[in-house]
Design a protein around this ligand. Sequence first.
Ligand SMILES: NC(=O)c1ccc[n+]([C@@H]2O[C@H](COP(=O)([O-])OP(=O)(O)OC[C@H]3O[C@@H](n4cnc5c(N)ncnc54)[C@H](OP(=O)(O)O)[C@@H]3O)[C@@H](O)[C@H]2O)c1
Length: 422
Amino acid sequence: MLSDTTKARIEHELDARTVRVGAWLYRRTGGRLMRPWHRRALILTTTGRRSGLPRTVLLQYFPDGRDMVVVAANGGMPRHPFWYLNLAANPQALVEVGGRTLRVRAQECPAADAERLWARVLATAPDYARYRRRTTRRIPLLRLVPEHDSTRRHQTAVVTGASSGIGRELARLAARDGYDVVLVARRAERLESLAEECRELGVSATAIPADLATSAGVAAVREALDDITVDVLVNDAGVGGRGRFAVERPTTADLSMVRLNVESLVELTGAVLPGMVQRRRGAILNVASIAGYLPGPGQAVYHASKAFVRAFSLALAEENRGTGVTVTTLSPGPVDTEFAQTAGIRTGAQRRTPLMPVMSAAEVAEAGWNGLLAGRSSVVPGLGTRVGVQSLRFIPWRTVARAAAVKPPGAVLTPPDGVPDL
Ligand SMILES: NC(=O)c1ccc[n+]([C@@H]2O[C@H](COP(=O)([O-])OP(=O)(O)OC[C@H]3O[C@@H](n4cnc5c(N)ncnc54)[C@H](OP(=O)(O)O)[C@@H]3O)[C@@H](O)[C@H]2O)c1
């Protein structure tokens, strides 16, 4: 049986010997190396306190807003890691993360902050409990603060459609990453229970129950946003609906869909964008769909609404390039949420196809959130979905429309096999 000290030494040696390979693989894979472990990593380059030369290390980090928190655990070794000592001498460093290189300043977390952050570290990476057990020394937590980011206040993320599905998962991710959250949807009790869950992560959470398909609902949210500095806006709320336009489906239902899927998204984006541009920082995530890539007979207005969201958001991404504000379009394929049931179509789980498997809301949200943090303009989660979407470019619109079409007038509206409800 190996003692804790021996285990710490072995792990430390292994880490020291594999760090170059790890950093090389990390760079080659653009950081995707860590995905299977559901952990986040960055490459930290400090300045050697004695040599003055750059010293590079691959580290696990825990996001807190835009800051990255790293733990100087050193595998539970009795001494601090070299990079911690380097940062103590010179807090300026470079971080490579998500394909970007950032200049950061390291700050040691004060005791109260560290206590809160330890809870998050242990929830994501329980192995740190072992490192704490092994050593009697204090394990410091350091906050790597991007240099341009001089504000120390919590940042705020507004998420619409937060009462279920993708929106709820996106709100959870925002709270996990240290954002105060403002949660919008109609079902107040659901929002309150999510808000409670977010508060347990140490952020503040406000529920705004509102019907975004009505001008009164949108106005109420706009009014609430007037008093908040919004750093992130997630426009997720959306509904679908099935039936031939105006023949099998009341036009009023489609107009209500347009008000929610299109108008409220435009209005809320318009409400926060100027402030973001003025502050030269902010991120917007608009949830579209792969339905936005093709006409959808039988769901004509839904597909058209998502084509609007996509075209609008991609244009905004371009308009705001270089302003410090990013706009990300998230276009999922089929996702297992309440969406299909609400829209009166078959549920996602029943529509599992090998080409485009149904994804979970958590997977889709993670892809969208990572895309937002990386400032990407478009995210299509899932390899099969990406291949499907790309192949649409080479097929004439009419053929695509026919393939996506639901059955002729009056027939039960069921898409052909392999054509998913989106
Ligand atoms: N599921 C899929 O297969 C799929 C695929 C591609 C894209 N999407 C898109 O993803 C987004 C989220 O959908 P989801 O799959 O997560 O479905 P979901 O579980 O049904 O969630 C929809 C969310 O929108 C909210 N919402 C609906 N009507 C609203 C209204 N009038 N005012 C305010 N909020 C409203 C709902 O909350 P309340 O009911 O409490 O108001 C709920 O929080 C939608 O924009 C959808 O078009 C879904």
